[in-house]
Design a protein around this ligand. Structure first.
Ligand code: ADP
Ligand code: MG
Length: 708
């Protein structure tokens, strides 16, 4: 196959030795194709380089010339250093200065050729100068290291006199080396190689062929709009971005399709008796979002293949009752249900809710956590195995490792934050193929849902049930701490409870922990009349549980905590949360934290204390918190502010790095790719060659994830 050239390792290219290959690998570039899918960061129009003689004050100009001399200049201001270079082209010379960048003395030297892009200014008696320009060294001087291949005339075509791609520097690989590598790589693209984008889409969109698109995306024709290029909106760029998304989405669609071929053992049926039974447990009228989600879930329960559905909804959106109604359907079919939570406290919480809602109904339920005595467990496990228990609530680990079910039809996983990929695996490995419903309180922006959970179905409950009191959110400078203490005092005197949250970041964990402990000590001093305790992730499991339980029972009035409380308890009596150093938290994290209050009948307040100086990003985050309490709006903002890689806080989410596309910028293409991929996979219209290609890309790019 001709396209195999694109799958060759980058060392195949002239000038890429082991060191550079290693640097490129670190940036995720392994193959020639990877390199071609690494778009330039931006494009510069160097087709119209100005002559030095034509420069006037106030212009922003691009010039190209040779460095005559360069060095640090003496200035009178102490501590201020100026690096300057005299640059000459065929028309004349000009002084170029970089304030406070002394390190340039090791970068810019006489006899180099460089391209400069910056502002032309008149500088007193010194005359014209270019101030603080962007620059690129095109060719090292005789005393410098000569890049392989740099003797070639061709270089002039690559680096100047055209629209030039500017790449991000990767380790030892400079932008202009990369330009040269890409140029070489482009020459390897076969004219009639396999194109992953189906022909009908290409025709409809009038998109260029793969080879043309790659060329235009790196070395655009002179007639291309530089603005369109920098917006990544030319047909060539869009086509490649689409390709990137489409291949990925096809992989997800194939996975989903294969899941649909699996037969589950227990298929639910729904009749009037079951509908009536569900109505009996319903304590209130469902919101439209709850109704829709429930309908989607119940439809899945009746399909012959196992459900894999994510139920998204903000904290308090009312996911539990929806899951419970689905459980009733399964139980009325004579099947068993497992409800799993990440912690014991959450499992107990679910159990209490479930017992309350199911009171008076004929289902047998059981709680299975580490706190259940050995004797009880000895009775429970066989009963579950015999199918006498209809519904088991427990922690994930416990249920999955120790329980054998007679007829498990539905597994509800309350994930809070993470996703159920692993859990799904364990249940499947036990030979069970139950319907799986994963509940998450982290609203996931649609773009991420399409990539992260593209092989799952997603149900969303927007908004909160009626009658909920909105949480008031206040932003206060740390200097107004006294006011905040007064608020705490009032609130506790009124019988309420308060959270004080302290940030804890891994890099400075020790210092932060001390700060949190110091805060707890200070608050104990400030409020000698109240019960105060500290909670953090470094405490032992049972210590943590003890503190949480004390707070849940009301024995503790003020809980000083790091973010461990995020996935914590539901304490309806807690009505005030003070977040210290709010500027240090991520937006989604703040939202999760805030969701710990406003859970009861009391009006609640969240105070975000910040300390100057704060960054623009921090200001944006805190502003967003004050402006909205809609988790989906917040999630979208967070994604814009942080980018997809950071959205989940860590890369543990398994979000694959897409090569060309940008999830926020290219949403329309992503949606399109998602639709096209699903339709084609479901209709079976994907050629074998396309399927094979997708599988090989998945294998290479995402490693452990297997498709089919
Ligand atoms: P979450 O989505 O965070 O799991 P829950 O299921 O715990 O939310 O619901 C939060 C609260 O809202 C619970 O007390 C629940 O009883 C209540 N609730 C849920 N749905 C409705 C509804 N449709 N009308 C009124 N209250 C509701
Ligand atoms: Mg919940």
């Amino acid at each position: 196959m001709t396209e195999d050239v694109l799958q060759l390792p980058l060392q195949f290219l002239k000038g890429v030795g082991p060191r550079k290959a290693a640097d490129l690998k670190k940036a995720g570039l392994n193959t020639v194709e990877d390199l071609l899918f690494r778009f330039p960061r931006r494009y510069e129009d160097r087709s119209r380089l100005q002559t030095i003689i034509s420069l006037r004050p106030g212009m922003t100009a691009a010039i190209s010339g040779e460095v005559l001399n360069a060095g640090l200049a003496h200035t009178r201001r102490p501590g201020f250093r100026l690096f300057q270079a005299l640059v000459q082209d065929a028309s004349g010379q000009i002084q170029v200065v970089w304030p406070n960048q002394a390190f340039l003395k090791d970068v810019i030297r006489a006899h180099q050729r460089m391209v400069l892009f910056g502002k032309v200014e008149l500088w007193g008696s010194r005359g014209l100068q270019v101030t603080d320009p962007e620059f690129e060294i095109i060719k090292e001087g005789p005393d410098g290291i000569v890049d392989p291949g740099s003797g070639s005339k061709e270089l002039d075509i690559l680096h100047t006199g055209r629209i030039v791609p500017v790449y991000e520097r990767t380790g030892s690989v400079t932008p202009n080396m990369q330009r040269r590598f890409v140029w070489q790589a482009l020459a390897q693209v076969p004219p009639d190689g396999f194109d992953p984008v189906p022909a009908d889409i290409l025709a409809k969109e009038q998109w260029p062929t793969r080879r043309d698109a790659l060329r235009q995306a790196h070395f655009p024709d002179a007639s291309t709009s530089i603005d369109a290029l920098n917006a990544f909106a030319t047909p060539a760029q869009r086509r490649l971005i689409f390709e990137d998304f489409f291949v990925f989405q096809t992989g997800l669609a194939l996975r989903r399709h294969e899941n649909a071929q699996v037969k589950k053992g227990l298929v639910c049926a729904v009749d009037d008796r079951i509908r009536e039974s569900a109505r009996k447990v319903l304590p209130f009228k469902l919101t439209p979002g709850q109704r829709e989600s429930l309908a989607e879930i119940v439809a899945d329960l009746q399909q012959p293949w196992p459900m894999q559905r994510l139920l998204q909804g903000d904290v308090g959106a009312g996911k539990t009752i929806v899951a419970l109604l689905a459980a009733v359907v399964a139980m009325d079919n004579g099947f068993q249900v497992a409800v799993m939570a990440p912690t014991e406290i959450l499992a107990e919480q679910h159990y209490r809710t479930i017992v309350k809602v199911l009171a008076g109904r004929p289902y047998r339920t059981a709680l299975l956590t580490g706190r259940v005595t050995a004797a009880t467990r000895r009775d429970l496990l066989p009963a579950i195995q015999r199918g006498e228990i209809n519904l088991v609530v427990g922690t994930q680990a416990l249920v999955q490792e120790h329980v054998t079910f007679k007829s498990l039809a539905l597994a509800v996983i309350d994930e809070q934050h993470r996703f159920g990929v692993v859990q799904r695996g364990t249940l499947a490995a036990k030979g069970l193929n139950p319907d799986v419903l994963v509940m998450t309180a982290t609203p996931i922006p649609r773009t991420l849902a399409l990539t992260e959970c593209g092989d799952m179905e997603v149900s969303v409950i927007r908004g909160l049930p009626p009658g909920r009191k909105p949480i008031r959110t206040l932003l206060k400078a740390d200097s107004r701490r006294d006011e905040v203490y007064a608020m705490i005092r009032d609130e506790i005197k009124r019988g309420r409870q308060v959270y004080a949250i302290y940030p804890l970041v891994e890099e400075s964990e020790k210092i932060d922990l001390k700060a949190a402990a110091a805060m707890a000590a200070e608050l104990t001093d400030v409020f000698p009349e109240f019960t105060v305790a500290l909670l953090h992730g470094r405490m032992k499991g049972d210590e943590k549980e003890q503190v949480m339980r004390a707070f849940a029972s009301g024995a503790l009035q003020l809980l000083v905590s790091t973010t461990v409380v995020e996935v914590g308890v539901d304490v309806a009596n807690a009505s005030l949360m003070v977040v210290e150093h709010a500027e240090r938290f991520g937006l989604s994290q703040l939202h999760q934290l805030r969701g710990r209050i406003g859970r009861g009948e009391h009006a609640s307040t969240c105070v975000l204390l910040y300390q100057a100086p704060w960054t623009d990003d921090a200001r944006e985050r805190l502003k967003a918190m004050v402006e909205t309490s809609d988790g989906f709006v917040i999630a979208e903002r967070d994604l814009q502010l942080r980018g997809p890689g950071d959205f989940f806080g860590t890369r543990q989410s398994g979000l694959p790095t897409l090569r060309a596309g940008d999830l926020t910028r290219d949403l329309d293409l992503l949606e399109r790719a998602h639709e096209e991929a699903r339709v084609r996979v479901d209709a079976g219209t994907l050629s074998l060659e396309q399927q094979a290609y997708v599988r090989s890309v998945w294998q290479r790019q995402f490693g452990l994830i297997t498709v089919g």
